[in-house]
Structure formats: structure tokens, C-alpha cells
Design a protein around this ligand. Structure first.
Ligand code: AGP
Length: 618
């Protein structure tokens, strides 16, 4: 989840790199640094500065001790893994004679062995990081006569783990060299200038022509060249693509937070997730799925793997997919998946749910699945990211850039993508008639307006948040497809307001959790549509039970459902939608509530403490 920028061109590198790092702040970080190749007096040296804390700390330091003019540079925002978030551990790291500077994202798993080897050879490490050993190893290579590209190839062959490395050589200011294994890296291809970034936000104000790199590749950028090789030096090709969203899409458009902006973008995002994926006659076209209809017909089990909010999307999807396709559908936390020795066959379809496409736990889960011969389909929001690249098929969610660390439109579009996948499987396998599929598609096509109807109640939800600004604990209850929404609502409150919140299946209350109910405790209750009478009645009973024990019930129920009115201290109305699709609308008030409560508590909603947008380490 670190942010990386590299630049070679005719502009002042310092400005390009610092601005690029600013665009990457959303990834979550705790220190920042920059290194420039100073060619002022011809022999070249590295000029660098790095500071713990936010980018502003680095800019202040540079203001007080300016760096020299340079057109070649690299920069980094670090989310600490090895070593505390302080100045010494911030990147870039330099070799023993400060000829090579390196920034890094990921974990070098064999760094301790390599560190010992270097220290025995007289190298003194100044930090606790794994990155520093890469700087020393690269510097030894260039001192022995290798160019930086060859040095990078040689060093990468010795490293184990997940890493993106970007380096500069004081004696060769013409190039920046980078390498990747299991960690994000993308090239920005400009005119007379080229860029390296951990994602396209680093450079799209300069160019929208991008190149994605494959596994175990080294890329060398100069002012007018981009060259890709394998770690063994063999020529390789990156995959060019055009970045179809512009910087304004990543700006806040007047909202106070990216997250709030992204909550209000959800009607558009839901519509985009369905765009071009079904024709007017209700027939689905998921061409990008890249699995043949015959392959889909042989699927006899589906396992959805993901983490956090993505896992909850899978829990919602399970209800719809099993109901429509009659295929058994398991949902597994990605970090638990491969350790439980799951039963996987060629006919198991593993669905990797990931907004960023870089979550290490999910990546390792699909690697395990593929090694067992199963096919993997990614549901992902980030074009060119590692998980879809390593899957047999992908359904992109088209939510656009999700900058806020707390996932909102990423989640909603994951639900839509899962519904489309379920309907597509039902269509291919004939478990639903065409007209039944058309009916669901019609309901889905109304979802953008239904989400908007809920957003139109935002002020009421904000007023509710203000009433609970002092609360120290909140519970969430749901049944059926509403249960994962209770979990997601609790997660939003935990990660944004830093208060205790817990989601339960309402039927679980009497098996223990009801002991938590005390006077004035706020409990969100997600009531299923009345179409499911039995479920609906049981939820009403649960609300009565907790209210009788003093809970403050905040009830989410569909328009026209008056049965719960007597038991609702607060009532948030939902549009009337089918049971399986209700999560698309019921999660929205919970997103708004968490965002507003955190704002009123003075928290950084876009970059909550301890969290990163993409967890690229296991
Ligand atoms: C969601 O609000 C959290 N930021 C977190 O749970 C996130 O959903 C999880 O880390 C998975 O991320 P991914 O979808 O990018 O794989």
C-alpha cells in the first residue's frame, strides 16, 4: 500500500514527484521521501530527503533545505511494515556510498539473511527496513560495472517475497529502473518523458497512456524509451492501455471527503457496473468473463474469497447466486482459505472479490486455487491490477477510482457484478428462464434511482449521527441477505469512527448477544421486505425483544411497512425492492451514518488511522 513515483524527462523532477505522491496519499502512509539525481557538477550525486508523517512534513523540510535542480527522480510514501514509521526508516534508502537510491513497496522475505551477509562484508545498515539491503546490493552491482538495469535483474533474482523496487544511479541520470513481483507497478508513457507509479494516479495529469507490467519483470525508463525485460534479462513486453478516467474524477468535487463523494457517486457507479452487459431483450453479455459456456456449465461449486468489505459482498452474493443457479456457493475469508486445505477441483469456480486487485491475502488465495487446478474469476475495480491479471476471467466493476480507504461504491458495484454473474450462470445453465432473468435485470436497472432515493434522505441520517456523536457502542442486526449488511455497517463504523460496533444475524440474539442490550444502546435493525413474511415477522419480533430491554432501535424498513413503526425509535425508509437486491439500498444509510459520525468526531474519514486502501502484505 506504499505510494511510488519515478520520473525521467525534461521537467523539474522534484515537482513531478511530489505532486505524484500527493495523488497517492489515499493509499495510506506514515512517512514520505524523495531522491533526485543531481547532475549539476557533472559527476552526479544523489540528493534526497525523507520525513515521518504526512507529505507536508517532507515539503517543509525541502523548503528549509532545497534540493538541487534535476530531471530524474523517485519518491515514496511508506506504510510501515518492517520498522517503525520514522525518518530513518522512510524511503528512499541509499547504498553505502550513496550512489544508488531505492524506494520499495512490499516485503523482501529473505532480507535478514541478505542483511547479515552485507554486514559481514562491512556494510552498516542505518534503518530497520528490508528495503535498505536492496540499495546496498544494487550499489555493489553498479560499482562492479553493471548498468542499473542489469544490476536490478541480478539483485531481483536473489530476492524472495513481494516487492516493487524503483532505483536511480547517481552516475547514470538518464534512467530510472524498476522491478515488480506480486506488487503493483505501472508505467506512464509520455512525450519526451516517462513515469513509474504504484498506480496511474501518480502520473495521469501528465499522460493517460499507461503500460502494465507482468510478474517478475524489470522496466527501464529514459526520457524517450521504455524497455521491459524478465529478471533473467530476456526481452519482454508490457501491456499498453489508455487510462479512461481523468484527474477530476479523483478530485473531491466539492465534497469534504473522497468517501462522501464516492457515496454520492453510487447511482452512477451502479449504472456503470451494468453498462453494456445486457441487451434490451434481457440477454446477458459478459464477454470479458473469458470462460466458455461449456466451462461454466461444468461448474459444480463456487467459492468466493475476499477480505473485509469484499468478503461481505461475497456473503450477500451467496444468497442470490445459490437461489438463481442452484450451485453450492461458499464464502471464505481469503486469509483463511488456503490454510483450511479447501476441496478444490477443476469444476470449482473460485471468485476473487477485490476492489484494488492488490490485496495480498486474496492474491495468495487464488494462487493456491489455480495451483489446485480450479478456475478463478476476479471481480475487481482496478484495471491492470495483479489479481485480475492472474485470474482466468474478470468482471470489472467500473466504479471508477475509489480513493477513500473505506469502500463504498466499490462494495455496491461488487454486489452488482455478483448479481450479473449469478444471472449469467443461470442463463448459461438454464436454471432460470429468459423472462425471469429479464425481470431481475429490470429491477437491477432501477437500482441507480433507488440508491438515489436513499441518498435524498442523507440529511436525516446526518441528524441521527449528530444524536449519537457520544455513543461508544452500536449494534447492527440483519437477517438473510441483510445479515452481511449488518456486518458491513459495523465495519464502516469501526474503521471510520473507531468505536465498538458489531453486526449480528438477528436470529443469533437469543443465543447470547441479547445480553449486550442495555438502556439507550443504539441498534440498527435492517428489516427484510414484507415479501418474505416469515423472515419479516421474525425480524419484527427481534426488534420488540431488544426494545423491551431498553435498546434505541434505528429501523431500516421498506416504504409502506407500518408493522414496525411502533417499535422504531428512529425510522429510515428504504425503496421497495426484491429481498435479494435489498442490500444495494440498505447499506447506503449505514455508509452515510458512519461517514457523518466520523466527520463530527473530527476524524480523517479518507485516511482512517492504521488503515490503508490496499493491503498488499499478508
Ligand atoms: C473496506 O472499507 C476496508 N477498507 C477493507 O475491509 C477492504 O474492503 C479489504 O481490505 C479488501 O480490499 P480489496 O477489496 O481491495 O481487496
Amino acid at each position: 500500500m506504499c505510494g511510488i513515483v519515478g520520473y525521467v524527462g525534461d521537467k523539474q523532477a522534484q515537482g513531478v514527484v511530489i505532486e505524484g505522491l500527493r495523488r497517492l496519499e489515499y493509499r495510506g502512509y506514515d512517512s514520505a521521501g524523495i531522491a533526485l539525481v543531481d547532475t549539476a557538477d557533472g559527476d552526479g550525486r544523489i540528493a534526497s530527503d525523507k520525513r515521518a508523517g504526512k507529505l507536508a512534513n517532507l515539503e517543509k523540510a525541502i523548503g528549509e533545505a532545497p534540493l538541487p535542480s534535476s530531471t530524474t527522480g523517485i519518491g515514496h510514501t511508506r506504510w510501515a511494515t518492517h520498522g517503525a514509521p520514522n525518518d530513518e526508516n522512510a524511503h528512499p534508502h541509499l547504498g553505502r556510498v550513496s550512489r544508488v537510491a531505492v524506494v520499495h513497496n512490499g516485503i523482501i522475505e529473505n532480507f535478514a539473511l541478505l542483511r547479515t551477509e552485507l554486514e559481514r562484508a562491512g556494510h552498516e545498515m542505518l534503518s530497520e527496513t528490508d528495503t535498505e539491503i536492496a540499495a546496498h546490493l544494487l550499489e555493489l552491482e553498479v560499482q562492479a560495472g553493471a548498468d542499473l538495469t542489469t544490476a536490478m535483474q541480478n539483485v531481483c533474482r536473489r530476492l524472495e517475497g513481494a516487492f516493487t523496487l524503483v532505483a536511480v544511479d547517481a552516475e547514470d541520470p538518464s534512467r530510472v529502473v524498476a522491478a515488480r513481483r506480486n506488487s503493483p507497478l505501472v508505467v506512464g508513457v509520455g512525450e519526451g518523458e516517462n513515469f513509474i507509479g504504484s498506480d496511474v494516479a501518480a502520473f495521469i495529469e501528465h499522460t493517460r497512456e499507461a503500460m502494465e507490467l507482468g510478474q517478475d519483470q524489470v522496466v527501464t525508463i529514459t526520457r524517450d524509451r521504455v524497455e521491459v525485460t524478465g529478471f533473467d534479462g530476456s526481452p519482454a513486453e508490457g501491456q499498453r492501455y489508455h487510462v479512461d478516467w481523468d484527474l477530476s474524477a479523483a478530485e473531491k468535487d466539492g465534497y469534504d471527503w473522497f468517501m462522501r463523494k464516492e457515496i454520492f457517486e453510487q447511482p452512477r457507479a451502479v449504472a456503470d457496473a451494468m453498462l453494456g452487459r445486457h441487451d434490451g431483450s434481457g440477454k446477458l453479455q459478459l464477454d470479458e468473463v473469458r470462460l466458455s459456456e461449456d466451462e461454466l456449465r461444468t461448474v459444480d461449486k463456487i467459492i468466493i474469497v475476499g477480505c473485509g468489505t469484499a468478503n461481505y459482498a461475497g456473503l450477500v452474493a451467496k444468497y442470490a447466486i445459490e437461489h438463481w443457479t442452484r450451485i453450492p456457493c461458499e464464502v471464505e475469508l481469503a486469509h483463511e482459505f488456503r490454510y483450511r486445505d479447501p476441496i478444490l477441483t477443476r469444476d470449482t469456480l473460485v471468485v476473487a472479490m477485490s476492489q484494488s486487485g492488490e490485496t495480498a491475502d486474496t492474491l495468495m488465495a487464488i494462487r493456491h486455487a489455480r495451483a489446485q487446478g480450479s478456475r478463478v474469476l476476479a471481480i475487481c475495480n482496478t484495471n491492470g491490477s495483479t489479481i485480475p491479471r492472474e485470474s482466468d476471467a474478470v468482471i470489472y466493476t467500473h466504479a471508477g477510482p475509489e480513493i477513500g480507504v473505506a469502500s463504498t461504491k466499490g462494495f455496491l458495484t461488487q454486489l452488482i457484478a455478483c448479481y450479473l454473474l449469478g444471472l449469467y450462470l443461470a442463463q448459461v445453465r438454464g436454471t432460470k428462464f429468459g423472462d425471469e432473468i429479464s425481470q431481475v435485470l429490470d429491477e437491477l436497472s432501477r437500482m441507480p434511482e433507488h440508491v438515489q432515493e436513499v441518498l435524498d434522505q442523507a440529511e436525516d441520517v446526518y441528524a441521527l449521527a449528530a444524536q449519537h456523536a457520544q455513543t461508544r457502542s452500536v449494534l447492527f442486526l440483519g437477517r438473510h441477505a441483510g445479515f452481511p449488511i449488518a456486518l458491513e455497517g459495523a465495519l464502516k463504523l469501526k474503521e471510520l469512527a473507531y468505536i465498538h460496533a458489531e453486526g449480528f444475524a438477528a436470529g443469533e440474539l437469543k443465543h447470547g448477544p441479547i445480553a449486550l442490550i442495555e438502556d439507550g444502546l443504539p441498534v440498527f435493525c435492517i428489516v427484510p421486505p414484507r415479501g418474505r413474511d416469515e423472515l419479516h415477522q421474525k425480524m419484527v419480533s427481534a426488534i420488540q425483544e431488544i426494545r423491551a430491554r431498553g435498546a434505541r432501535t434505528i429501523v431500516l424498513a421498506e416504504e409502506g411497512d407500518e408493522s414496525i413503526t411502533p417499535y422504531a425509535d428512529e425510522l429510515i425508509r428504504l425503496p421497495r425492492v426484491p429481498t435479494l437486491l435489498q442490500p444495494v439500498v440498505s447499506v447506503v444509510p449505514l455508509q452515510l451514518f458512519a461517514c457523518e459520525l466520523a466527520t463530527q468526531m473530527g476524524h480523517d474519514v479518507d485516511q482512517p488511522r492504521n488503515l490503508a486502501k490496499s493491503v498488499t502484505v499478508e
